[in-house]
Ligand binder design. Sequence first.
Ligand code: OSB
Ligand code: MG
Length: 375
Amino acid sequence: MIIERVDIYHISQQLVAPFVTSFGRQEERQSLILALHSGDYTGWGECVATTTPGYSYETASTAWHILSDFLIPAVIGRDLNEPEDLPAWMSSVRGHPLAKAAVDAAAWDITAKRDGLSFAQKLVEPYGISPRSRVEVGVSIGIQPSIDETLLAIEGFLQKGYQRIKLKIRPGHDIELSRAARESFKSTRIMLDANSAYTLDDAPIFQSLDELELLMVEQPLDYEDIYDHSRLKPMIKTPLCLDESIHSSNHARFALAIEACDIINIKPARVGGWTEARRTHDLCYKAGVPVWCGGMLETGIGRAGQLALASLPGFILPGDISATDRYYVDDVATPDFVLNPEDSTIDVPVGPGLGVTLDMNRLSKVTLRKERFRV
Ligand code: OSB
Ligand code: MG
C-alpha cells in the first residue's frame, strides 16, 4: 500500500489531575498525533514527546521537526508491505525513538486494517497463538502534596478496582511514604518509580525499603546508567526494574548481560515503536526476565496499542495502562477504555487495527497546529 498522505497534529489535552514526578509537573498533556493514509485506509499513531525534555530529550517540538523534515519524507510515497519494513526506512535518523514510534504505530494500524486483523492479532502472528482477551493493569500515582493525600489517592484507586499501585518517589519523599503505604495497605502490590532521581550513594535508602516486600523499584539511578544499576541490584532485595535506561532491544541485551535488573518496563515509544518493543519482549522472554508495559499518559491511540502489546506471553506483570477516565475527560480516541474491577484488567481491543476511532471534532478542538504532507 502506497503511503499517499501523512497528517500530523500537535495537540494539548488537559489531564484530569496534575501528574507530578521527580522530573516535573504536568497539568496539560501535549503530544503529536500522526495519520498515514493509503486509499481508503488510515493508520493512527501517537508521539508521546511532550512540552519538556524531562523524561526523554525529545519534546513535541523536536519531534515535529524530526517528523516533518526527516521521517515523513523518508516514508511518504513508498509502498508499505509490512510494518517491520519501517525501522530500516527510518534508520537514517539517529535516535529520536519517540518520533519514530508515531510512524511505526500508524504503520502497524494501517497494515492490520488492510489485513482485516486486530493489531493484537497481527502482533502475535509469529507466535502462532491468540492474543489475550484482557490484560492485567495497575495505576501510576504521581507525587502528592503529602503522605496523607497519597494514602487517600491509593484508597480511591483500590476502590475503583486497581490491584497494583505504583508510587512516584523522589529524594526526601521516599522511605516514610513507602512505609506509610505498606502499613496502610498490607497486602497490596505496591511498587516505586524514582525516574532516575538517585545515585549509587543512595543505596542505603533502597536497603531500608527491603523489608516492605515491594513488587519492584523502577529506574532508581541515572537514565544512562545501566552499569550502576548492576552494582545496586546485589545490594538490595527489592526487584529492580529498568525504564529510562532501555532505549532499544540492544540496551536490554546489555542490561541482561551484566545483570543490571530483574525486570524490564517496555515502553514502545522509548524503544522506537512496536516492532522494537516486540523484539525487546522476545529477548527478555527467552532469558526468563519478566516484562510489563509502561505508559506515558497516552491518548486512546497509544493505550489501544499498549493493551495489544501486553497480550504477548512474556508480559506477566501488570502494566501502567489505566482506564481513560484516569487521564482525560474527552479523549481524542473512542471508545473509552474501562477497568474490569473484578480482576484489575482492561479488555484488549478486537476491532480492525488498533480498534479505536478518532473523534475528529474533539481532535480539532485540542489541536494547536496541523500539517498535511502529500506525495
Ligand atoms: O516513568 O513510567 C514513567 C508517565 C510519564 C512519563 C514517565 C512515566 C509515566 C508514568 C505514567 O508513570 C504511566 C501511565 O499511566 O501512563
Ligand atoms: Mg518509569
